[in-house]
Design a protein around this ligand. Structure first.
Ligand code: ADP
Length: 394
């Protein structure tokens, strides 16, 4: 193996990354993965090699002024050392919004960046940071091709009734539609199911990506048929700091009668709502479990109730359900949330195996459950690597 790839998933204060060696057939083999956290305060770069050993653990306690570009420079210098003789031949990026233009990964060039910049207002929490990482890498490695891999792409091709808002047609025609997000995660899960449970992937599956951002995807035959996020990643479930589905009339009320500016409403709905807003305590589910306060309990119950309601609703898009799959931080680790959601869905034929659920086992349904219930860890960085290989023809 002489070639390597880097996958980047850049957010406002953290960057997740994966390094992959490519074999002659272009198949990516995981070489290391980790995170840069604390950007803007005290940056911390940590990665584990494929055998699980710590490959780097570096802190800059006085590094508040270090930019994404500075830190990506540190990452690439370390990565080149770690990869040894393997030359980096491609860089893949998670880009949240591909809009109406992009249904599959695309190689970055100036015209592409102009179009992606224009979509930033639709994903203000993510898109500007995704694009900043692309610009930084263009400076750091100008000769290495880069690819944008979109969270919206997996959801393309859905039926009209799952993408259309009940607005006058002209709005739909200019791209005001329900796009859906978390597509890299869903594409990875669909691939995993195809590999390990082909009988399920052929059926009707709801996947719950429950992390700081949270959404559901109804899949049939490994393809998205419906999803809870819409035009932006604000819609659908209760999230760490995002409100999820909201009466549009409430937004009008805040602006027209409570004097809030559009910018203040944006901050409220994206950054101050969800688990954080309801609990008044934290956006982190673990902190809410640890609290015995009433508001924290209400936040957890609201999260669970809305997730269960939307799972049941998605069954109507598939004519039933054969499997429920949990993934992402909460979905993979939080047995209490899984059990509370499944309890509410018992009427559909879901029964958990409590011991398997407590152990975060891959199959957590009881033997007599009519519906399979599974925990499948997601790996968006690997999906980015696979998309990048395909896009660049490596
Ligand atoms: P992001 O959307 O930022 O990638 P994650 O998928 O990491 O988010 O999910 C973050 C959420 O997952 C937090 O609410 C956190 O409490 C929860 N979480 C992460 N790890 C665990 C764990 N081991 N047990 C319970 N919850 C966890």
């Amino acid at each position: 193996m002489t070639r390597a790839l880097v996958s980047l998933n850049a957010g406002s204060s953290s960057i997740k990354f994966g390094l992959y060696r490519l074999d002659d057939a272009g198949h990516p083999h995981h070489a290391a993965g980790g995170k840069i956290e604390g950007i803007g305060t005290a940056p911390h770069l940590a990665a584990r090699a494929d055998d699980g050993s710590l490959a780097i653990d570096r802190r800059w306690d006085d590094g508040a002024a270090m930019t994404h570009e500075d830190l990506l420079g540190e990452l690439i210098t370390w990565a080149q050392g770690h990869l040894g003789d393997n030359r980096i031949v491609g860089i893949g990026h998670r880009v949240v919004h591909g809009g109406a233009d992009y249904a599959s990964p695309v190689r970055i060039e100036d015209a592409v960046m102009d179009r992606l910049d224009a979509l930033s207002e639709l994903a203000p929490l993510h898109q500007p940071h995704n694009l900043a990482a692309i610009r930084a890498m263009t400076k750091l490695m100008p000769d290495v091709p880069q690819v944008a891999c979109f969270d919206t792409a997996f959801h393309r091709g859905r039926a009209d009734e799952t993408t259309r808002f009940a607005l006058p047609r002209a709005f739909h025609d200019r791209g005001l539609v329900r796009y859906g997000f978390h597509g890299l995660s869903y594409a990875f899960i669909a691939r995993e199911l195809a590999r390990t449970a082909p009988e399920l992937v052929a059926g009707r599956v709801v996947v719950g990506h429950l992390g700081n951002g949270a959404s559901l995807c109804a899949m049939r035959g490994g393809k998205s048929v419906d999803t809870t996020m819409g035009f932006t990643a604000l819609d659908g479930l209760v999230m760490g700091t995002r409100c999820g589905t909201l009466d549009a009339g409430l937004v009008l009320h805040l602006i027209m009668h409570e004097g809030m500016s559009a910018e203040a409403v944006e901050t409220l709905l994206y950054q101050q709502s969800g688990l954080l807003g309801v609990s008044g305590l934290s956006s982190d589910m673990r902190a809410l479990h640890a609290s015995d306060g009433e508001a924290a309990r209400q936040a957890v119950t609201l999260f669970v109730a809305r997730a269960a309601r939307e799972i049941a609703a998605l069954c109507t898009s598939m004519g039933g359900i054969d499997a429920l799959v949990f993934t992402a931080g909460i979905g993979e680790n939080d047995s209490l949330i899984r059990s509370l959601i499944c309890e509410r869905l018992g009427f559909l034929g879901l029964t958990l195996d409590p011991a398997a659920n407590a152990a975060n086992a891959r199959t957590i349904s009881a033997g007599d459950s009519r519906i399979a219930i599974m925990v499948v860890p997601t790996d968006e960085e690997r999906m980015i690597a696979l998309d990048t290989v395909a896009c660049l023809g490596l």
